[in-house]
Design a protein around this ligand. Structure first.
Ligand code: GDP
Ligand code: MG
Length: 271
């Protein structure tokens, strides 16, 4: 099996042999419950496995502080990467800051079993590069509406696990959970979909069971990291200026921007 994950760190002198963790990305729109899901995994598995968490926030370390405050893991094992204006870049195009954070974690707490990386994604189409993570969970919630799963996208279609979170809220938002899960399954060609609520014990056990089986597959060398696919073009509003760009190319080599500022517009690309 080719292993694209280790390629950028061919000589990680500070990481002793045998300490390579399962690197697990958690992506999905803001507010769907990524930090909460990480807290849940830590609460359930920290006694059994050596865990680390890397959060990606745009300007703050708020997610890391939330997780430290949850008291589910040694605070030293929770670290923040501040990504700047475009959080997708740090998990797709230039993953260096995240890779360094993961490798430092692996070295400092060797052996680490699983490092959870939370995306700072503000976008439905942001997914992790396989250069950074071995596997990824994409998190939706019922409050975002039942249609989201059907609309699809790279994370919904091809993440290793799709979570439909906060199923306890379904009656309040008028969402049919079995239908939303069926829509997700239809978009995923047999890849797993999990309805989750922190109030639903059985669903929590399914989540931790999935993490354990992914770790086993990672260790056995039977899991192949996949890239869910490139991002769709998307928009940022910065000081009222619309900034549209697309991330294209597996190597992150093509990155086109267009700016429309004060009536003048131009396009440039970095080959
Ligand atoms: N009702 C309910 N709320 C949840 C659940 N999981 C997370 N939340 C809430 O959803 C909100 C956003 O969660 P957070 O983990 O910060 O989302 P993130 O932005 O994706 O990291 C918070 O108010 C959480 O308490 C759940 O299973 N049920
Ligand atoms: Mg969060």
């Amino acid at each position: 099996m080719t292993d694209p994950v280790t390629t950028p760190s061919a000589a990680p002198a500070e990481v002793p042999a045998g300490t390579r963790s399962l690197r697990l990305g958690i992506a999905g729109p803001v507010g769907t419950g990524k930090s909460s899901l990480i807290a849940l995994i830590c609460r359930e598995l920290a006694d059994e496995l050596s865990l680390g968490v890397i959060t990606n926030d745009i300007y703050t370390d708020e997610d890391a502080r939330f997780l430290r405050a949850a008291g589910v893991l040694d605070p030293e094992r929770i670290r923040a990467v501040e990504t700047g204006a475009c959080p997708h870049t740090a998990i797709r195009d230039d993953v260096t800051a995240n890779l360094i954070a993961v490798e430092d974690m692996e070295a400092d707490f060797a052996p680490v079993d699983v490092v959870l990386v939370e995306s700072g994604g503000d976008n439905l189409t942001a997914t992790f590069s396989p250069a950074l993570v071995d596997a990824q969970i994409f998190v939706l919630d019922v409050a975002g509406g039942g249609d989201v799963a059907r609309k699809g996208g790279p994370g919904i279609g091809r993440a290793d696990l799709l979570v439909v979170n906060k199923t306890d809220l379904a009656p309040y938002v008028g969402v049919d959970v079995p239908q939303m899960i069926a829509d997700g399954q239809a978009a995923r060609e047999g890849r797993p979909v999990l309805g989750l609520s922190r109030l639903d014990r059985a669903s929590i056990d399914q989540l931790t069971g999935w993490v354990r089986s992914m770790l086993a597959a990672h260790r056995a060398g039977t899991h192949t990291p996949v890239d869910p696919g490139p991002m769709a073009p998307h928009f940022h509003l910065e000081d009222g200026v619309e900034h549209a760009h697309s991330h294209a190319g597996e190597a992150g080599m093509v990155h086109e921007h267009s700016h429309a500022e004060g009536g003048h517009s131009h396009t440039h690309s970095h080959p």
